[in-house]
Design a binder for this molecule. Structure first.
Ligand code: PEP
Ligand code: MN
Length: 285
């Protein structure tokens, strides 16, 4: 087995069982296949209620949605900010969903903290070491995106910074890395998934939406990630992707999301993971 003493807290340890993080009844890193779904960005009440109702009807228990968005261009939609947090809270209560949203900056932590169940650290912040240390002092699960230029070792060392702060609930998220080929937005590093599962006891989630930038390849990439041993998927889905204010081209239409769930059901025997019971019920009814 590959082990690396550079990150003693994150590394796989035969004495320590795999880390399992329970969020809204979903055991991330355990026997469940965790499905996190929702829009890239919170845009409006209508959008959030429509998407939340749809994903909840599919058995999804954790909703994503950015209220504060890290955008490449300062002229792009930056998120609804505090109003977005209120909308996340509204749908969380109405549809019994846990929330994951990005903490863009340390100065926003206190504002965002009460409205989220999982703190998302974006790819652009993976090397913000002071930020990682400070978030390590919090007591909510943290999803650490892999930096788009980060090696696997750098990614695990970033997780180590959080673990050193005392927060043991770290979820790693492979979201694609930048390569020479811009046909896809990023290159999904499928190999990273089984490799990190061998190197670390932490759960690994795949984000094929940011990885591909193209909704038409999100379903096969999702299946590939699950086959490679991912503990879950984070999927962007939108009620009207063509009109989305952020990441529309990579956001699934509802029918595509339903198709993904259908295919994951057929796949779960290979993955060894269980898809939440009500996903089956929904499909059968
Ligand atoms: C996102 O999840 O919408 C996002 C901005 O992700 P990343 O940090 O991986 O680019
Ligand atoms: Mn996005």
């Amino acid at each position: 087995m590959l082990v690396n003493n550079a990150y003693p807290l994150a590394k796989k340890n035969l004495e320590k069982p795999a880390t399992i993080i329970e969020v809204n009844g979903v055991k991330i890193g355990g026997d469940d296949l965790a499905i996190i779904a929702g829009p890239c960005a919170v845009e409006s009440a209508e959008q959030m209620h429509t998407i939340a109702e749809f994903i909840a009807s599919k058995g999804v228990k954790i909703m994503r949605g950015g209220a504060f968005k890290p955008r490449t261009s300062p002229y792009s939609f930056q998120g609804l900010k505090e109003d977005g947090l209120l909308l996340l809270n509204e749908v969380a209560i109405k549809y019994n969903l846990a929330i994951i949203t990005e903490v863009l900056d340390l100065s926003l932590l206190d504002t965002i903290y009460p409205y989220t169940d999982i703190l998302q650290i974006g790819a652009r912040n993976m090397k913000n070491y002071h930020f990682l240390k400070e978030l390590g002092k919090t007591d909510k699960p943290i999803m650490l995106k892999r930096g788009m230029d980060a090696t696997i070792e750098e990614w695990l060392l970033a997780a180590e910074y959080i673990l050193m702060g005392g927060n043991e609930q770290v979820i790693l998220c492979e979201r694609g890395i930048r390569t020479f080929d811009h046909t896809t937005r990023n290159t999904m590093d499928i190999a990273a998934i089984p490799l990190v599962k061998q190197l670390s006891h932490l759960p690994v989630i795949a984000d094929p939406s940011q990885a591909s930038g193209n909704r038409d390849i999100v379903v096969p990439l999702s299946l590939a990630a699950v086959a490679a041993g991912a503990d879950g998927l984070m999927i962007e889905v939108h009620n009207n992707p063509e009109k989305a204010l952020s990441d529309g081209p990579q956001s699934l239409h509802f029918e595509q999301f339903s198709d993904l769930i259908e295919k994951l059901k057929m796949f779960n025997k290979i993955s060894g993971k269980t898809i939440p019971e009500n996903l089956f019920k929904t499909q059968l009814s």
